[in-house]
Design a protein around this ligand. Structure first.
Ligand code: ATP
Length: 304
């Protein structure tokens, strides 16, 4: 039996979206549940914005089902309680920040005060400035303030920190965490693993319009968990590449560069095979490498 609280706040089921010859989404399933922060990760063109556009009812899927707050997206009832920060947030350029905030606040029954929005989004000193006179990063912060001023319970953030410096990025993360602590759920897209790491409970990795990994950050990392072993040795690279547990091996001058799932067995065998082996170095592939690895496995698809 399905309980009311099991209904996802936002979901895609088998969503397909094609723009001309480009297949932007190729059968995507995803669910955002109450209280969660879900990060949609992916390289440029992976389909992240398309997924958000579908969920907000801005574009219709070619196939599949889209639900927002349990309803068809795009309807007023579904959009109630939803705050949105898109990449293409066209705003009246000549309005001042305070005017933009007041205008947006007027759409909501119980908006946050201007001061509260400014504090959460880091707009101190900018309220009297014209929007078109702000830097790109400052404009992003204004867009964030507008997205949260209606006290959304579900927040969509499409690459919210692109163009922000490290301090502003961390400020925005802080703001998002405060909203989550108040009970908001968030779906964010990002290129940055550290952003997902800082905010998300779950990640969905998109590549070429498909979900290529999904789960907790740890689970996604484990999906491509690997060790890099470097050493100076005369061992034959082709032979090492065929050893069990070795994913790849290449020679770089006197160095051998081996990628393995589990390092220990390979290291033991290397040491046994070459008593003169030196400069041994074992490192864990970082999240950035893990991410690259996942996206490499599923290159962009384009229809013929
Ligand atoms: N309106 C459109 N018309 C034509 N093609 C589009 C349109 N919107 C998206 N696409 C294409 O669909 C694919 C997915 O785009 P999308 O914007 O969803 O990716 P993304 O993951 O958000 O990328 P980015 O990180 O660069 O914002 C891309 O190949 C893009 O060129």
């Amino acid at each position: 039996m399905t309980h009311r609280f099991d209904i996802p706040l936002a979901s895609l089921e088998g969503a397909h979206k094609r723009y001309g010859r480009t297949l932007a989404l190729d059968g995507v399933d995803l669910e955002l549940h109450g209280g969660q922060v879900l990060a949609l990760l992916g390289a440029n063109g992976a389909g992240k914005t398309s997924a958000i556009s579908l969920l907000l009812g801005l574009v219709a899927p070619d196939a599949g089902e889209v639900r927002l707050s349990g309803r068809a997206p795009g309807t007023l009832a579904a959009r109630r309680g939803v705050g949105v920060m898109l990449q293409s947030g066209a705003l009246p350029p000549t309005l001042k920040v305070r005017e933009l905030l007041d205008l947006t606040r007027s759409y909501y029954p119980d908006p946050r005060s201007v001061a509260e929005c400014a504090a959460i989004a880091g707009l101190a000193g900018l309220l009297g400035r014209r929007y078109d006179a702000l830097s790109g990063g400052q404009q992003r912060r204004v867009q964030f303030a507008l997205a949260i001023c209606g006290r959304p319970t579900l927040l969509f953030l499409d690459e919210p920190t692109t163009g922000l410096d490290i301090e502003a990025r961390q400020g925005l993360w802080h703001g998002v965490r405060d909203l989550v602590a108040e009970g908001a759920s968030v779906l964010l897209t990002t290129h940055y693993l550290e952003e997902a790491e800082a905010l998300a409970d779950r990640v969905v990795v998109l590549a070429g319009g498909r979900v290529v990994a999904e789960g907790s950050l740890e689970a996604v990392r484990a999906r491509v968990d690997q060790r890099r072993i470097r050493c100076v040795t005369t061992l034959d690279v082709e032979a090492v590449a065929r050893w069990p547990g070795v994913r790849s091996a290449r020679r770089d001058g006197v160095r051998l560069d081996v990628v393995a799932g589990i390092a220990e067995d390979v290291v033991r065998r290397l040491l046994a095979a070459d008593a003169a082996l030196s400069d041994l170095d074992v490192s864990r592939a970082g999240l950035a490498e893990a991410f690259l690895e996942i996206t490499r496995e599923a290159p962009l698809t384009e229809a013929a």
